[in-house]
Design a protein around this ligand. Structure first.
Ligand code: SF4
Ligand code: SF4
Length: 181
């Protein structure tokens, strides 16, 4: 009697082992046929939502150096330097200190030219703290076509002044002739 209950218990244990193995293998088999959900970062990256607040980017050609973004920053991490030549700007620097930035986006909203944005880049690592003061300029100095625009404006001004002078001289002459009559 004792032997038969021991055999029954043994067989039950064997059956439980087989059954639970089959249950586990069924789950394994289901995932075996699916595409993996992991990505091989950094070679592969998941899509980043457009509203993500990552490293900023600047559309430098549109920027007018008005400082509105720097003034809006609650922790003063934006600094810029540019020399003005009439309407044109000669850019020296436009830096953002990522040791301080808290990615709040408050610098983006007041921009009158809509030219500073939060980007989708998030991996910004370095062993050197000084590298976290990041220059957002895509070029230094003047915009590639700014010198042409300046020369054209100068020529236009010179022509205008010459026309004005000629008109004045013509007026003086006609007044002189009038006096003689
Ligand atoms: S995201 Fe916030 S903290 Fe960073 S620069 Fe803009 S305003 Fe300053
Ligand atoms: S607010 Fe806009 S236009 Fe003004 S300095 Fe900043 S980025 Fe340039």
């Amino acid at each position: 009697m004792l032997a038969s209950s021991a055999v029954r218990e043994y067989l039950t244990n064997v059956w439980d082992g087989v059954r639970t193995t089959l249950v586990g293998m069924r789950i394994t088999g289901r995932y075996l046929l699916q595409k993996p959900i992991t990505v091989q970062y950094p070679d592969e990256r998941l899509p980043i939502p457009d509203r993500y607040r990552g490293i900023h980017y600047l559309e430098q050609e549109k920027c007018i150096n008005c400082l509105a973004c720097a003034r809006a920053c609650p922790i003063d991490c934006i600094e810029m330097d540019a020399i003005r030549h009439g309407k044109e700007l000669e850019w020296v620097s436009f830096t953002l200190d990522y040791q301080k930035c808290m990615f709040c986006e408050l610098c983006v909203y007041p921009c009158p030219k809509d030219c500073i944005h939060m980007g989708t880049e998030f991996a910004y690592v370095s062993f050197d703290r000084s590298e976290f003061v990041h220059d957002l300029l895509s070029f230094k100095g003047m915009a590639p076509d700014a010198k042409v625009r300046m020369r054209e404006a100068k020529e236009k001004k010179a022509l205008k002044e010459a026309a004005k002078l000629a008109a004045k001289q013509a007026k003086d002459e006609s007044e002189g002739n009038g006096d003689g009559d």
